[in-house]
Design a binder for this molecule. Structure first.
Ligand SMILES: CC(=O)[C@@H](O)[C@H](O)COP(=O)(O)O
Ligand SMILES: NCC(=O)COP(=O)(O)O
Length: 246
């Protein structure tokens, strides 16, 4: 099964935000990423807009509508009313709900599905109501995935940060892969489709895909932007697509 590569443009926005200037442009970067073979774009608008800005979302939506109608727009974030309004206005194809506190530097854990059931059920109903798919950010553990499915989610995005952190420790990497595989099996049994993201790289994707052959989508920003500085964007997208699906 082929896995969609969704390019996260948050790091491009962060670079742009150093100056009061419109470059590097997230729209031009998104266009090149999609033209080079990526299947979608991801943004994670944080409340302080330190990475992607709220005003970037309509521009990226317009890019997809005009030039890449098959591409998927994935919007990630904490399900505040403001965030859900933003997703609706941007006609997100997929909304990935993430339990981030505004003070977090980046995402570092998944939902407690049982404790947050009420909040998640309401958010999922809202997302379903405006016609998008909901994915829930999840730790790589089988716990609570049946609850996630019952709340109405279509997918989970497994948090691969701990796997990414094993880049110089092959034994630890195997342990994380076993956790991810067990969690993915449980998700599929519960009727969920599996996405993954955070600190995925050209180096760690092939083994992840071997562990989870049914992986539907990976959203990748940090390592992809780092490689782009070294190899250029088109070549980087090519390398990531080879790492994912050969
Ligand atoms: C949800 C997740 O995994 C994050 O990796 C994310 O979407 C990236 O966010 P930042 O780029 O703002 O750190
Ligand atoms: N959902 C994960 C994502 O969009 C990008 O994470 P990273 O590759 O920037 O760590």
């Amino acid at each position: 099964m082929r896995t969609v590569l969704s390019v996260n443009v948050n790091a491009v926005a962060m670079l742009r935000n150093r100056r009061d200037l419109p470059w590097p442009s997230v729209v031009r970067f998104g266009r090149l990423a999609l033209a080079s073979g990526a299947g979608g774009l991801t943004v994670h608008p944080r409340p302080d807009q330190r990475h992607v800005r709220f005003s970037d979302l309509p521009d990226l939506r317009a890019l997809i509508d005009a030039e890449f109608p098959q591409a998927e727009f994935n919007v990630e974030g904490y399900p505040s009313e403001a965030f859900l309004d933003l997703c609706e206005a941007a006609r997100a194809d997929q909304v990935t709900l993430v339990p981030d506190d505004p003070s977090q530097a980046t995402s570092d854990h998944g939902w407690d599905f049982v404790r947050e059931a009420e909040r998640l059920e309401a958010a999922i109903a809202r997302v379903t109501g405006f016609g998008a798919r909901t994915s829930l950010f999840a730790d790589p553990s089988p716990e609570g995935l049946d609850v996630a499915a019952r709340l109405g989610a279509s997918r989970v995005e497994f948090y691969t940060g701990p796997y990414g952190a094993t880049h110089s420790d092959p034994e630890a990497a195997q342990r994380e892969l076993a956790r991810l595989k067990a969690a993915a099996d449980a998700a599929i049994t519960a009727g969920l489709t599996v996405n993954a993201g955070h600190d995925l790289t050209v180096g760690n994707l092939p083994e992840l895909k071997r562990a989870i052959p049914t992986l539907s989508e990976v959203s990748i920003g940090h390592a992809l932007i780092a490689d782009t500085l070294e190899f250029g964007l088109s070549e980087t997208i090519r390398r990531f697509l080879v790492a994912i699906d050969g």
